[in-house]
Design a protein around this ligand. Structure first.
Ligand SMILES: NC(=O)c1ccc[n+]([C@@H]2O[C@H](COP(=O)([O-])OP(=O)(O)OC[C@H]3O[C@@H](n4cnc5c(N)ncnc54)[C@H](O)[C@@H]3O)[C@@H](O)[C@H]2O)c1
Length: 337
């Protein structure tokens, strides 16, 4: 049994609490939240779980081996650092931190103490995204050319961080997971309408060493909810629509065939449209968060490195940090070290 404590029982915390509470190999010992009403609401469902009014009480409990941090992004580094210092394995929600220095600090500490440090990149545990990866990396797909992702809705507005820091970690983690490449440069443009200095809509453009590109559009100021990733390949194309309950994944056997021809001393490309079938593979219905929680426990038990480890968290933070610099400088191209 792995003894676990969860810090943060706001909007997202209850989902992690439910998953860990339902796992046979886990004992959910305590949940902390500074908001007494939220805490009481969660504890009603789990009467044997101890409630704490601050995360510090969980960190001070030596019987707790692992801590799950589901507090606002701005607090992740400070709480995760204290948890690692207290000798606990840590699962931190996305984004891992708000600065690359902070992410590096956590990685070094976890390495030094031989503790598991995992980031909550939920979509890397999503069966549809995993299936998409198999398809787009197969020879049949003809190599990924470019990816674009849209994650928009009306809400949830955050006062502390902009839409990019709140929403884009998911899309960057999906893009990096699919491409298995890290970007070399980013440009970001956005605007704040509701609260000065907090961008409600952001457009990101990422360049990769292989020449591939990715675009990410995030917003909490949009009339309708869209959660979609489009991958364009050399031979096929794919759309992952997280909101489509029946056909989350669609593979289009469509594209262009471009053939170099030579006639009468003239060399040119002949580009021919190729239209084919659309295929929607069956995707297993497992809850991604359950897969993520089980993976955290497995890594603790077997001493394995998580798929979304501290380095994976750092990649995303590095992309966002560079994008924030670009955003502050009118969309300037910023190199990612
Ligand atoms: N993986 C996902 O799909 C997903 C979805 C939503 C949110 N998130 C992430 O989850 C995290 C939390 O988001 P949220 O929407 O639940 O925020 P929230 O503001 O609704 O909840 C955060 C809670 O943390 C509590 N808190 C803060 N500091 C604390 C401390 N030191 N001790 C005890 N309690 C403390 C607050 O009282 C609050 O109830 C964020 O990092 C967010 O990015 C992830």
């Amino acid at each position: 049994m792995t003894r676990i404590g969860v810090i943060g029982a706001g909007y997202w915390g209850p989902n992690l609490i439910r998953n860990f509470a339902e796992m046979d190999e886990v004992e959910l010992v305590a949940v902390a939240d500074r908001d007494a009403d939220r805490l009481a609401g969660v504890l009603k469902r789990y009467p044997s779980v101890r409630g704490e009014s601050d995360g510090a009480a969980i960190l001070a409990d030596d019987s707790i081996e692992a801590v799950v941090i589901v507090t606002p992004a701005e607090t992740h580094h400070a709480i995760a650092k204290r948890a690692l210092e207290a000798g606990k394995h840590v699962l931190v929600e996305k984004p891992l931190t708000m600065k690359t220095d902070e992410a590096r600090d956590l990685i070094a500490l976890a390495d030094q103490k031989k503790l598991v440090l995992m980031t909550g990149h939920t979509f890397e545990y999503n069966p549809a995204v995993r299936h998409l990866k198999k398809i787009v990396r197969s020879d049949d797909f003809g190599g990924i050319r470019y990816i674009y992702a849209t994650r928009v809705n009306l809400g949830v507005f955050r006062a502390g961080i902009n839409a990019m820091w709140n929403l884009a970690p998911h899309d960057l983690s999906i893009v990096f997971y699919l491409l298995e490449e890290e970007p070399i440069a980013v440009r970001a443009l956005g605007q704040s309408f509701l609260k000065p200095g907090i961008e409600d809509v952001v457009f990101l453009y990422l360049e990769f060493p292989s020449g591939k590109i990715a675009h990410v559009h995030v917003s909490w100021l949009d009339p309708s909810k869209v959660r979609r990733v489009t991958v364009v390949g050399g031979k096929k194309m794919a759309i992952y629509d997280d909101l489509d309950s029946e056909q989350k994944l669609k593979i289009y056997d469509r594209g262009f065939d471009s053939v170099l021809f030579e006639e009468g001393g003239i060399r040119d490309y002949q580009v021919r449209l190729r239209g084919g079938d659309i295929h929607a593979p069956k995707i297993e219905g497992t809850e991604p968060l359950r897969v993520e929680c089980a993976h955290f426990i497995e890594c603790i038990r077997d001493g394995k490195t998580p798929l979304s480890d501290g380095r994976s968290g750092l990649r995303v933070v590095a992309g966002l940090e560079a994008a924030a610099e670009s955003l502050a400088n009118g969309g300037k191209r910023v190199l990612i070290p």
